[in-house]
Design a protein around this ligand. Structure first.
Ligand code: UDP
Length: 570
């Protein structure tokens, strides 16, 4: 298998089955056989004569060729007793003590199995309102988020991976100002990403500079008003300071809700790419674009035939995952099988552009994004339709927004995931993000440092006859190769890193992928440390105008402990 040492280390640390002494009892190769076999087995449920072994071989080849990988819980748990295969869940939080603590318990079970949970806290009554049974006063959504956070912290130790949460509050909840600032102390509520749920009415008030109503969810009464522009500016200021909260556009999520009869979409999964109904789960999978390139006339181009084949196999794979998945709750089992949402996306997009010689921050880059995703979405839907022919449409198809069209096996087909771990396993750039850094320092044992260089860059510089260790040191030092002398102009133009890409291009790229994605796109808009609040506001407004479903921004250096650093401190 063409995997790097890094990838092997990740798989060995977290994904392999272990005995009671913590020793792996399977090899990396056996892991992929385990997953392929368990997922292919679902075919027999629809066709007793299905050649399950042949399908298992196809799935095995697709994964070990690094053409496609399912989300981490599928790799970890398929073919094992736990059998929980989804990365994304949304749980309802209703306004009663019982419901709140049920949600905490359910989230703990999901975290233990490697899934992430999203919640809307918008139904909880405002801080200071009355508690009927006791005559006391309610402590409000943010106080309960802290309980969810503490529970997550405790489960973290024994689980397969760190539990992640999304917390959402509608902009018209009376506690919205407290929510916006609830992570300004960056040590608070650390197991949550938070997003403000914006409505179109609110965005219009921002434009017009008007006031809008705050509504107590318990009684439906208006408890006050706020100036929309001031609230928007507070969100911007907070995001500028710490990267949070993000924003999501609730009306837009619901315009694309495939089965409105089942209720409103109030939340997404932790990283924002998967809007879901309460009690719904979704399994994701990502196609590695780098292995779908071929050389034609001395240049790299997309191998559309291979990509089409992989898309079809991947949809088949993900639909099978829904079948063999063991859901942590009956309600989740029921909801997830009723809509059968899957989230097929891509990774290695930035690397693909490097091979093609196209800058990420260019119209040609954006056009390439649309071309790739249009194909993934179109062929993905064709395959889902084909599966509907043999396996039946998703059970709620008759009441879905698709009811007058062709049947589909899955209420949604496409999602762009962050691919945090998958991209390490595949050895490519993550999701649809630009390359973060082309050279960085890795601390290895006994305090020695090692410069890690992006292989595509190394090859290009070597071809051009200019590669040297000194050059790499300068790239590390400057965090970018834009101003490093001795690098040919053409290479500089193409090898842009996240910080060379202006925020506007980040948003344009997100919008390009969103145009052809059923669910949403995981994307962070990177800002330099020197960015102003006005620039952040501009990006939010642009994201709204270009049809994105939400935005997350991050200004370099705005948190003490950031995951990725450029420059010497990596
Ligand atoms: N996720 C999680 N905990 C983590 C990482 C991810 O719960 O530590 C969930 C979360 O819902 C996230 C989704 O998995 O949105 C997909 O994340 P990613 O693509 O990075 O996961 P991978 O499959 O690469 O591990």
């Amino acid at each position: 298998m063409p995997i790097s040492e890094n990838a092997r280390a990740v798989l060995e640390k977290r994904y392999l089955i272990r005995d009671e002494h913590g020793q792996p009892t399977e090899t990396v190769d056996q892991l992929f056989h385990r997953v392929a076999g368990a997922i292919a087995a679902a075919d027999a449920r629809f066709d007793p004569k299905a050649d399950v072994d042949a399908t298992a071989r196809t799935f095995y080849d697709m994964m070990t060729g690094l053409d496609f990988l399912p989300n981490s819980p599928t790799l970890m748990n398929a073919g094992r007793p736990l059998g929980q295969l989804s990365a994304c869940f949304v749980l309802p939080v209703a306004d009663s003590m019982e419901d709140i603590f049920d949600a905490i318990k359910n989230a703990a079970l999901i975290h233990k199995s490697g899934g992430g949970t999203g919640f809307s806290f918008s139904r909880l009554r405002a801080k200071g309102s009355t508690v009927n049974s006791t005559g006391g006063v309610a402590s409000g959504p943010i106080s309960f988020m802290k309980v969810f956070n503490a529970a997550t912290e405790a489960v973290k130790q024994g689980g397969t991976r760190r539990g992640a949460n999304m917390g959402i509050l509608r902009v018209d909840h009376p506690d919205i100002m407290e929510f916006i600032g609830c992570k300004n102390d960056t040590h608070e509520i650390n197991n949550f990403n938070i997003s403000v749920g914006l409505t179109e009415a609110f965005m219009r008030s921002v434009e017009q500079g008007g006031e809008y109503d705050l509504v107590d969810p318990a009684t439906g009464t208006v408890t006050g008003t706020l100036n929309a522009r001031r609230v928007f500016e507070t969100v911007v200021a907070s995001a500028w300071q710490t990267g949070e909260p993000g924003i999501i556009f609730l009306d837009r999520l619901n315009r694309d809700n495939p089965v409105p009869s089942m209720g409103e979409i109030e939340s997404t999964n932790p990283c924002g790419e998967q809007p879901l109904l309460p009690y719904e789960a979704c399994n994701l999978g990502s196609i590695n674009l780098v292995t779908h390139l071929k050389k034609s006339g001395g240049r790299y181009v997309l191998d559309k035939k291979k990509l089409g084949d992989t898309i079809r196999k991947a949809v088949h794979f993900l639909d099978n995952v829904i079948e063999v998945n063991k859901y942590p709750l009956d309600e989740i089992d029921k909801m997830t099988r009723a809509t059968r949402k899957i989230g097929l996306g891509v990774m290695g997009f930035a690397d693909m552009l490097l091979y093609m010689g196209i800058p990420y921050n260019s119209e040609a880059g954006v056009a390439q994004a649309k071309e790739v995703m249009e194909l993934v979405n179109a062929v993905g839907h064709q395959e889902s339709e084909k599966l509907a022919g043999t396996r039946g449409a998703f059970p709620l198809f008759g009441e879905s927004i698709y009811q007058n069209g062709r049947p589909l096996r899955n209420a949604t087909v496409t999602t762009i995931a962050p691919t945090g771990t998958l991209s390490i396993i595949a050895g490519v750039s993550s999701g649809v993000e630009p390359v973060f850094a082309y050279a960085y320092i890795r601390n290895v044992m006994d305090n020695t440092h090692l410069i890690e260089t992006n292989q595509i860059l190394k090859d290009r510089l070597t071809e051009a006859g200019v590669y040297s260790e000194e050059l790499m040191e300068q790239i590390v030092e400057q965090g970018s190769l834009q101003h490093v002398e001795g690098i040919p102009e053409e290479i500089r133009r193409v090898f842009v890193c996240a910080h060379d890409v202006s925020p506007i291009w980040h948003v344009k790229m997100q919008a390009a992928f969103q145009e052809y994605t059923d669910n949403a796109v995981s994307k962070t808009v990177n800002f330099p440390n020197s960015a102003t609040r006005e620039e952040v506001a501009e990006v939010y407004t642009l994201a709204y105008k270009l049809g994105c479903k939400g935005t997350t921004i991050y200004r370099d250096g705005s948190r003490d402990e950031q995951v990725l650093n450029i420059g010497k401190v990596a």
